[in-house]
Design a protein around this ligand. Structure first.
Ligand code: CU
Length: 185
């Protein structure tokens, strides 16, 4: 709303009041007729109404401006909360895998988890060294754990849904059967 209009109406009202007073003082017969009196009353009522209306609209406008400013600030807060929520809900799956203590084998050939951060906790109780590697659905090697014996380690990867392969990269072990399917849903 244009504040100038508010001031124009206000000033016009004051000037009009002064003018009518001056005329009224100069001419004792003023207001001479009922028609003139009615016209003056209507004129002042209109000016007062217009001034009041602009005052109210200006106040409402200022209120909208404040609300708009608050609205601009609040999305930042919402985003911050959303980030925190996402972080606290961050999908993380921990899978356990162990090597057979007496054979070239894992204790399972099937692992499954949900998309997101997937950690495989790998335990090798055997004196024979083993590790665990992951191959993507398209056949690309994603990563391997440390090669260990009589120890435990872990492998952590961000995985999208799909069928992955896990295997031991120690020579001949995959061929001997140290492999399986990692299903990410
Ligand atoms: Cu192995």
């Amino acid at each position: 709303m244009d504040e100038t209009l508010f001031y124009v109406f206000g000033i016009t009202l004051v000037v009009s009041a002064l003018a009518v007073s001056a005329i009224g003082l100069r001419f004792e017969s003023f207001p001479g007729t009922r028609a003139v009196l009615v016209a003056i009353v209507v004129y002042f009522a209109g000016m007062v109404a217009a001034t009041t209306t602009f005052a109210v609209l200006n106040a409402a406008d200022a209120q909208h401006t404040r609300e708009a400013e608050q609205a601009r600030e609040s999305p930042t807060t919402t985003e911050a909360n959303a980030t925190t929520t996402t972080a606290s809900q961050g999908k993380s799956t921990t899978l356990k895998l162990a090597a057979d203590p007496n054979a070239i084998a894992y204790d399972t050939q099937q692992l499954s988890g949900k998309g997101g951060k997937v950690m495989i906790e790998f335990t090798n109780p055997s004196a024979v060294t083993h590790d665990v590697c992951i191959t993507s659905p398209s056949g690309q090697e994603i990563g391997c754990s440390q090669t260990i014996s009589e120890d435990s380690t872990s492998l952590s990867e961000d995985l999208k849904p799909g069928k992955y392969t896990f295997f031991c990269s120690v020579d001949g072990h995959e061929a001997a059967g140290m492999k399986g399917t990692l299903t990410i849903e």
